[in-house]
Design a protein around this ligand. Structure first.
Ligand code: PAZ
Length: 374
């Protein structure tokens, strides 16, 4: 034990307390929790498994009245796609996503280079209808969406900033506690590791002109603004976000199955980092993925099964004369190579990799539930 640990026997708990005391809750939290409480209660009563899917990137605001912020690349594809496959596996889904990132179902027709209007045409009576070419795909998506809506199986909540995300995650996780091991967390959001604490954030837009910029307080003052101009330069001095992933296991959702993602860009450290995260956070499964290949391959790292790669089959899409699409290529979604693929992936993957990931996770959840009930 370090002398700091001796003064404070649970550094994670005190970092948590400090974070949530000093970084205010989002205004929409109360309303979100009312919705989440009713949703969780309904599905607990109906004996359904509930998964909280997080999706999209968190922002790091530099000003309280935010004009500028730091963001990341995530579009929310992984989360939105996974949510659909969790519904297919019989889960009720709480979809906690970055506002305006991809949503389950509507993702098929949004954020594309094509507008949703390109899927429509005007019929002889002057009414808008779906183009013949897109009828079968759209009816499929529409029916699944309506089925989820009818049974209230999908609750959509949103966040923008890192602090909003953490508040929502903590509070919804605590509401999910009564579900016990029937709850799952699927943490696909790209969460910032660094942030500007509330007490070091300037109120107004940071001025680029020296004449208007507020003078930074004296050197060495730890409460000086974390983002400020000094001379002509913008200085951004971020602090680490406390590591809350362990709190999820220890305090917020001790009985739930927890699946987290590890994103890297360097193939040589991916598995090592995923294993490290598994040891450190004691989640049930860590899924490693690389920025450039994340739609084609991921690596599962778990105490239960060690290391296992999931890959989309290689091949191509083929269209028959009738226009029906089929897959030509390897049947299996898995190849037993034990490291990231050396070959380059081009175009779109043959199938959505989430269609392979989610059934594996659902089966793992079932095994955990069975083992727990013995
Ligand atoms: O949102 P997206 O589909 O563009 O990307 C998904 C992802 C890479 C953000 C996700 O698979 C992931 O790895 N999330 C965790 C990222 C992290 O290490 O914080």
């Amino acid at each position: 034990m370090t002398s700091q640990d001796q003064q404070n026997p649970n550094p994670i708990a005190s970092a948590e307390l400090d974070y949530f005391q000093t970084n205010p809750a989002p205004k929409s939290l109360k309303q979100h929790l009312t919705l989440a409480r009713a949703f969780i209660q309904q599905h607990a009563e109906e004996g359904r498994k509930v998964v909280l899917v997080t999706s999209g990137g968190t922002t790091v605001p530099l000003e309280n009245q935010t004009v500028r912020y730091i963001d990341n690349f995530s579009a929310g594809t992984r989360g939105a796609t996974s949510a659909e496959y969790f519904l297919e596996e019989g889960y009720a889904v709480i979809f906690l996503h970055r506002q305006f990132s991809l949503l389950p179902f509507s993702r098929h027709y949004s954020h594309n280079t094509r507008s949703f209007l390109d899927f429509m045409r005007e019929d002889e009576d002057g009414r808008i209808v779906v183009d013949q070419e897109h009828q079968s795909d759209m009816i499929d998506v529409y029916r699944k969406y309506m089925a989820a809506k009818k049974d209230n199986l999908l609750l959509i909540l949103s966040f923008v900033t890192i602090t909003e995300y953490l508040w929502e995650l903590r509070e919804v996780a605590q509401l999910m506690q009564p579900l016990g091991p029937r709850a799952m967390f699927y943490l696909a959001a790209a969460v910032s590791d660094f942030f500007v604490p509330h007490d070091r954030m300037v109120e107004h837009k940071i001025q680029s002109s020296e004449e208007f910029s507020q003078q930074a307080s004296t050197e060495g003052d730890e409460k000086r603004p974390a983002a400020r101009t000094e001379g002509k330069s913008l200085i951004i001095d971020l602090e680490p976000v406390p590591k809350f992933l362990k709190a999820l296991v220890d305090g917020w959702a001790p009985d739930a199955m927890i699946v987290s993602f590890k994103l890297e860009t360097d193939p040589s450290i991916l598995v090592k980092k995923a294993k490290y995260a598994l040891d450190k956070y004691a989640h049930h499964l860590v899924i490693g993925n690389l920025l450039t290949t994340r739609k084609w391959e991921v690596v599962f790292v778990s105490a239960e099964e060690g290391t296992k790669w999931i890959r989309v089959p290689r091949g191509r899409r083929a269209k028959s004369l009738s226009g029906v699409e089929s897959l030509v290529g390897q049947a299996s979604g898995q190849i037993d190579e034990d490291s990231p693929s050396a070959h380059k992936f081009v175009g779109e993957p043959l199938v959505e990799i989430e269609s392979l990931i989610i059934p594996e996770i659902a089966a793992m959840h079932e095994r955990l539930l069975t083992a727990g009930s013995k």
